[in-house]
Design a protein around this ligand. Structure first.
Ligand code: C2E
Ligand code: CA
Ligand code: CA
Length: 365
């Protein structure tokens, strides 16, 4: 690797160093313009598409490159390396063979963001993320059939942060990928513990499109299920309808693969998107979760009520199970029961709670 990097240099004034395992740094002295750094990175990416010949085998490697410029403010060499490292990290989680330029941040807003971004990265590494679980009830049997894993961040200074306080940042930086991958493993361990204790319960989890697109995700899912000897059919992947149709179509191959294993597929926030019916046609769904926007209007808006009952009928035609989300009142529950809605989730039953509190709800066995 080092040799090939050395051969890739476009200028005499460069130094190649190996920092750790598979991490290398190149110091380019006397750049005439920033584009030269990008050209160098592109050239490296190109050279590394050629396989290595090792013991009569062809070995392929991929590269993730982060670039920072010394014209960005920095105080010491560690700072500069850290900037390059962050850009590299972002590149790594975006695509294979990606190149990312470090973005210096100037305004206070951006600085606060940057701090949060660094902290989120640390949080993933230091296990400061936590999972809460919210039950999903079977309305005819009055019992918990499934629990949804929902991420929380126990921030050392800011306290317990909710997903809407950091998920947009996680999506924008690619950190959502290691976050989701961590979440999946942690939730599966929890499911295993409940099942081992004798509880019949399924697990629902949320993945970002970015996570589904990431090359390692499928392997992590399969490995986790095998290691824990979990039945894939006890898992439901929730995809939000807020994702664009193009995005959902782009992950069809992995969705097919996961459904092939037996994992169920649910479309979350159903009715909130622009083309809900197209989603029904294009995805091979097992569940739809009717968006809580509609549920909240039960008893107040007959049009919303009509939409809900139509969706329930429609779902039956498609052989889908309906989950009503955001159920907060007895009146809403009564309406849904009258319409033969199968599952429901919401504050009326329970908010999302830590695992040990959920265990109490599952009852002693
Ligand atoms: P979601 O998947 O639609 O999850 C339901 C959200 O509604 C949860 O908020 C839940 O606490 C809240 N909720 C439940 N019942 C009620 C109710 O009766 N009334 C009201 N007003 N709200 C209720 P939370 O936990 O803040 O999660 C927000 C969103 O963050 C989730 O929406 C999901 O899209 C996303 N999310 C959470 N955890 C993860 C994760 O691990 N990975 C990814 N990619 N996304 C996640
Ligand atoms: Ca969800
Ligand atoms: Ca939802």
């Amino acid at each position: 690797m080092g040799q090939r990097l050395q051969e890739s240099l476009l200028t005499q004034e460069a130094i190649v160093a190996r920092l750790a395992g598979d991490e290398f740094a190149i110091l380019l002295n006397r750049l005439f313009n920033p584009e030269m750094a990008s050209q160098q990175a592109e050239y490296i990416t190109k050279l590394f598409t050629q396989p290595f010949d090792i013991a009569a085998r062809k070995v392929f490697v991929t590269t993730s490159i982060g670039i920072t410029l010394s014209s960005n403010s920095f105080e010491n060499v560690e700072d500069l390396l850290h900037q390059a490292d962050r850009a590299m990290f972002a590149a790594k989680y975006k695509h294979q063979n990606w190149i990312e330029l470090f973005q210096p941040l100037e305004s206070d807003y951006n600085l606060a963001h940057l701090e949060l971004e660094n902290e989120l990265w640390e949080a993933i590494k230091l296990n400061q993320l936590e999972l809460y679980y919210q039950p999903i009830m079977d309305l005819s049997e009055h019992k918990i059939v499934e629990v949804e894993a929902l991420i929380r961040w126990q921030h050392p200074r800011l306290g317990l942060l909710q997903p809407d306080e950091f998920l947009a940042l996680a999506e924008a930086t690619g950190l959502i990928i290691p976050l989701d991958q961590w979440m999946f493993q942690a939730a599966c361990h929890q499911l295993k513990a409940w099942q081992t204790a004798g509880h019949t319960v399924r697990l629902a989890f949320n993945f970002s499109i970015l996570t589904l697109r990431h090359a390692l995700t499928e392997g992590i899912i399969k490995e986790t299920l095998t290691d824990l000897a979990l039945s894939p059919s006890d898992l439901t992947l929730e995809l939000t309808e807020r994702a664009t149709l193009e995005d959902l179509i782009s992950v069809r191959p992995i969705l097919d693969e996961l459904q092939g294993l037996g994992i169920k597929l649910s479309l979350d926030d159903f009715g909130s998107g622009q083309s809900s019916l197209k989603h029904l046609e294009l995805l091979n769904l097992d569940f739809i979760k009717i968006d809580r926007f509609f549920i909240a209007q039960i008893g107040q808006n007959s049009k919303a009520e009509f939409i809900i009952s139509t969706l329930i009928d429609l779902a039956e035609q498609f052989n889908l199970t309906v989950v009503a989300e955001g159920v907060e009142t007895e009146a809403q529950l009564a309406f849904l029961q009258a319409k033969k809605c199968r599952y429901a989730q919401g504050l009326l039953f329970s908010k999302a709670v830590p695992a040990h509190e959920l265990l109490a709800q599952l009852g002693g066995k």
